[in-house]
Design a protein around this ligand. Structure first.
Ligand SMILES: [Zn+2]
Length: 241
């Protein structure tokens, strides 16, 4: 074989090996999200419309920046739907082998704005408000990781700050029952994020668990299952209005 042919064969091997590794990373990422995943694009009408509804609600609350970053994420092709995301998380960020960087959002929470707290006895509108706030806050958290924030505590703090800003901006515009339930939803979302932060930072002594992916799996509840805790962290009942 001539030198150029050898180089061409070597280059082809490198390229095909690279794509094979990317496929493995994609497969690994999908498996971590529970399988049954797909990219959120226009081919999936129910999911696309549900994301649009979240964005419309965010704009209604004056959260134009967050709505715009969700649109950018979806446009980039890095927002995926996970049909079987477990552990009580609305969304997770997965960075597989540094080759695949995706945010997976749980399908039932996106489409039906369902909650992973089956015994939560509250009015439907309050449930939907809480589910929307929690989903939007979790997506904001995962967007921090997607944009390079590795520190779990910092991502949790940003998520909680967003809930507080949202509460301050919107609650004044509401009154009566609507206001009380909105304030409850914001407070419950903050409680839930604070509990997740405490769980994540409690592992700081262990260098292995400080890695981003591991921490997100911890937050996703996937590691909690292994540790015998399969229930998500419920919102504080003491805060019911
Ligand atoms: Zn995180």
């Amino acid at each position: 074989m001539g030198v150029f042919l050898k180089l061409a064969v070597a280059a082809a091997i490198v390229v095909s090996t690279y794509y094979a590794i990317v496929r493995i990373a994609e497969h690994k990422a999908d498996a971590l999200a529970g399988g049954g995943t797909f990219v959120l694009d226009g081919r999936h009408t129910a999911e696309s419309e549900a994301l649009d509804a979240v964005s419309r609600q965010l704009r209604g609350w004056g959260e134009h920046e967050h709505a715009a970053s969700l649109a950018r994420l979806q446009g980039s092709g890095h927002l995926f739907v996970a049909a079987r995301l477990t552990g009580g998380r609305s969304a997770i960020y997965v960075d597989a082998l540094g080759l695949v960087s995706r945010i997976y959002v749980r399908r039932d929470e996106l489409v039906a704005r369902a909650l992973p707290f089956p015994d939560l006895d509250i009015p439907d509108r309050a449930r939907r408000t809480f589910a929307t706030i929690r989903l939007a806050g979790t997506l904001l958290h995962e967007l921090q990781h997607y944009e390079g924030v590795e520190d779990e505590g910092a991502a949790c703090e940003r998520e909680m700050a967003w809930y507080r800003e949202l509460g301050e901006r919107v609650a004044d515009r509401l009154s009566g029952e609507d206001r009380r339930w909105f304030e409850w939803a914001v407070a419950s979302a903050i409680d839930s994020a604070a509990a997740a932060k405490a769980t994540a930072t409690a592992t700081d002594g262990d260098a292995a668990t400080r890695r981003r992916l591991t921490l997100d799996l911890w937050r996703a509840g996937l590691l909690q299952v292994r540790h015998g805790r399969s229930r998500p962290i419920p919102p504080g009942r003491s805060r019911y209005p």
